[in-house]
Structures are given as structure tokens and as C-alpha cells.
Design a protein around this ligand. Structure first.
Ligand code: G
Ligand code: MN
Length: 394
């Protein structure tokens, strides 16, 4: 037997499996001789077409060479069986037959043959056509392998994320920090926003942790746990200070079936509806919040001016508190447009009885501009960074 011929068009495919089906053993010998001469080393032949499926199963071919006129199972029936066996995978079939009529050719091609050659055969043509079909098959196999690898990688990545979040949930491994909300005129702390910090920052900041949790279906659980850890500290605040907790719309809905805190604590609680996720059903959010609200809890529209939160959001949510996003606040002393927007929102809030809090105040100039406009409460690095609560002496 000749070794692989590197100059053969079939050289790159020498390890691929070929199955030839023909009721004439002489034809099979010829096909085998041609292919093996070109270096193909997995050539299988079968003269009994009733054994087709069995041979497909054991030889796992990358290409089938198929005769048309055979007793019992003819080429057309064989094409059917091959398609069924392949089950949607790309398994090329080259029909090789003594029947040179155009009817036979067209019918074979219409029945799903990928190529058609009739006798007398030209050895070079057979080799070239086989090479073309195997090249496409190799491409298909490669792509499918890559696809499987990607799918595997992404399932194992999300399994790792699920494990990481589950760990945090099981150990309640989130640290609440508190950022003061300050009366800009009197410079006294009127309340705190509770935020969450995660010990391992290598996966990103808190926003990333919550987004990852939502990706693997654990977002509500993580937000709920974080909110519970925040409200546990309510009694560490002065009794005239309020405490603000963050929730996504999906988490707010669970205020119906889970208890966040006793009714008596509600008057000092603000639930900030984070606005990085759109609210799909305002009525559901209102209903879920109704019980807490009836006990005196307030709702804040968070991050106004950043994402989805627009006028429609304000009218449908009817928040008690409007929190202006840092995007509206940063550099406000230099921007007539930002001041005009804040003035409009202040007037709106005043009209409907809400209070405005400016977030992300980083310097005196911003604080002064906001105070001039009439914003009563502010929050930001200038006034205090998120931190564990100071120990209070009673
Ligand atoms: O979406 P929400 O407003 O709840 O997010 C508050 C986030 O903003 C926190 O992560 C907090 O650390 C951050 N933050 C608070 N004050 C400031 C500030 O003055 N400047 C900036 N850049 N970020 C702030
Ligand atoms: Mn917030």
C-alpha cells in the first residue's frame, strides 16, 4: 500500500473516513485502490446495501460514495437513510454510477446527493471531487467542534458564577456601607443610603456582582439579602434619620411575599427603585409597595437622568423622593442646560409633593449651585463617602 502522497489533493484528508456502497465488488475494489493510492487510510466498502445503516454506524464516514442501481435498497432509498442517519449534520454523498442519463443525475441531486459522477470514471476527476467534498466536511467538523467548545465554556463559566453567588448568599458575605444624605442648607445628616460591598473585587464592583447574579437567575436573592443586611442597621442610626435601600423592580415585587422589616420601622425606610433596569409593570410595582407605603415607607426614583428614568417613569411611579443622577449634577455650576433641567424637576417635584436629592456631589461649586436652585438634600463624596456606620455614643 502506498504511503500518504503529500502532493495529492487528498493528502490533507487522509485520516477521514470514506464509505463506498456498490453492489458490484469490482467497482469497490477500484474505488478503494484509487483512494488508498492517494493516501486515504480509512476506506470502507460494502456491496450489500441492506447493511447501509449498520456500516454507517461502525465506519462513521465523512463521505459516502454511492451507487444508484442496487438490488433491495437502491441509491435513492440509500440517500434517505443516509440523511436520516446524519440527522441534520453535513455528511456529503457522492453518487458514482454507470447510469449517465440526465434523469438519473437530476433525480440523485434532487434527492440530496451532493455531487454526481457517471462511468466511465476519470480518476483525477474522482479524486478532485472527493477532495472538494472532504474539504467542506472538514470545515463543518471544525466549526461544530468550536461551537461545542464555546457552548461548553459558557456553561462552565455560568456554573462558576452561580457557585460564586451561591457562596455569597449562603455566607451572607456582603458588607453594607452607608453614605450620608445631607441637608445642604443646615449641613446635617438627614438619612443614609445603604450600599453593598463585596469582599472579592476581582470580579468587579458591586454593580457587576448584581448584574452577574441576575445573569444566573440569582439577582433577586442577592438584592434581597443585601437589602436585609442594610436594614438590620436601622437602629444604628439616629432616630430622626431615614435609611434608604436599593432594589430593582423584580426585587420590589417580592415585598408582597417576603418581609423586609417590621411595619413599625417603615416610616424611616426609603426604597430606591434603581433605574438601570426598565420597569415593565408599574401597577405591579405599586401593588407590591402598597403595604409598606401604608405603614409609612417612601419610594425614591433613583438615578433620574441616567437611563430609562424619564418623565413617563416619574408620572407612573409617583415617587416620594426623586434622586438626581450624577449625570445631572456633575459640573452643574458650569452648565445652563443642567441647571434648567434641575429647575424643571424641582418644580415638578414641588407640584406633586416629592422631595429632590442630588447625588454625586463632588465639590463645593456643585453644592453651591444646587443649593441656589433650591435643592434641599444632597449626597456625594464631598459630603461623605459610603462607609461603615460610625459607632454612636448614646
Ligand atoms: O445607583 P446609586 O445611585 O444607588 O449608586 C450609588 C453609587 O454611586 C455607589 O456605588 C457610590 O459609591 C457611588 N457614589 C456615591 N457618591 C458619589 C460621588 O460623589 N461621585 C461618584 N462618582 N460616585 C459616587
Ligand atoms: Mn441608590
Amino acid at each position: 500500500m502506498a504511503g500518504p502522497d503529500v502532493t495529492s489533493p487528498l493528502a490533507p484528508f487522509s485520516g477521514m473516513s470514506v464509505l463506498a456502497i456498490d453492489d458490484n465488488p469490482d467497482n469497490l475494489l477500484l474505488v478503494r485502490a484509487i483512494l488508498e493510492q492517494q493516501g486515504m487510510n480509512r476506506v470502507h466498502t460494502e456491496s450489500d446495501s441492506t447493511r447501509l445503516v449498520e456500516r454507517l454506524t461502525e465506519s462513521r464516514p465523512d463521505l459516502v460514495l454511492l451507487d444508484l442501481h442496487m438490488p433491495h435498497v437502491d441509491g435513492f432509498e440509500a440517500l434517505n437513510q443516509i440523511r436520516q442517519f446524519a440527522g441534520g449534520a453535513f455528511l456529503p454523498v457522492l453518487v458514482l454510477t454507470a447510469d449517465s442519463t440526465s434523469e438519473a443525475r437530476n433525480q440523485a441531486l434532487a434527492s440530496g446527493a451532493d455531487d454526481f459522477l457517471s462511468k466511465p470514471i476519470d480518476v483525477i476527476e474522482v479524486v478532485l471531487r472527493v477532495a472538494n467534498l472532504l474539504r467542506t466536511r472538514a470545515l463543518y467538523v471544525d466549526l461544530r467542534r468550536e461551537d461545542d467548545r464555546d457552548r461548553y465554556a459558557s456553561t462552565s463559566a455560568s456554573q462558576a458564577t452561580r457557585d460564586r453567588i451561591s457562596d455569597v448568599l449562603a455566607n451572607r458575605a456582603v458588607v453594607p456601607v452607608f453614605q450620608p444624605i445631607v441637608d445642604l442648607e443646615m449641613l446635617i445628616i438627614v438619612g443614609y443610603e445603604g450600599l453593598s460591598r463585596f469582599a472579592d473585587a476581582s470580579f468587579g464592583g458591586p454593580d457587576r456582582w448584581f448584574a452577574d447574579a441576575f445573569d444566573v437567575g440569582l439577582g433577586v436573592d442577592l438584592e434581597w439579602m443585601a437589602a436585609s443586611e442594610v436594614v438590620r442597621h436601622l437602629d444604628d442610626l439616629a432616630s430622626d434619620q431615614f435609611l434608604s435601600v436599593n432594589m430593582s423592580p423584580a426585587t420590589v415585587l417580592h415585598l408582597v411575599d417576603r418581609e423586609l422589616l417590621p411595619a413599625a420601622a417603615c416610616p424611616r425606610i426609603v426604597v430606591e427603585l434603581t433605574e438601570h433596569v426598565p420597569v415593565e409593570d408599574y401597577a405591579a410595582v405599586q401593588n407590591a409597595f402598597a403595604a409598606l407605603r401604608s405603614h409609612g415607607a417612601r419610594m425614591a426614583a433613583d438615578d433620574l437622568g441616567s437611563g430609562y428614568a424619564g418623565f413617563r417613569h416619574l408620572t407612573l411611579l409617583q415617587p416620594d423622593i426623586v434622586k438626581l443622577d450624577i449625570a445631572l449634577v456633575a459640573g452643574i455650576h458650569r452648565s445652563r442646560e443642567q441647571r434648567a433641567l434641575v429647575r424643571a424637576l424641582l418644580s415638578f417635584a414641588d407640584e406633586v409633593g416629592s422631595v429632590v436629592i442630588a447625588e454625586g456631589i463632588e465639590d463645593e461649586a456643585e453644592a453651591a449651585a444646587l443649593k441656589d436652585l433650591g435643592v434641599r438634600w444632597g449626597q456625594g463624596y464631598l459630603l461623605g463617602r459610603p462607609a461603615p456606620l460610625p459607632v454612636r455614643d448614646e
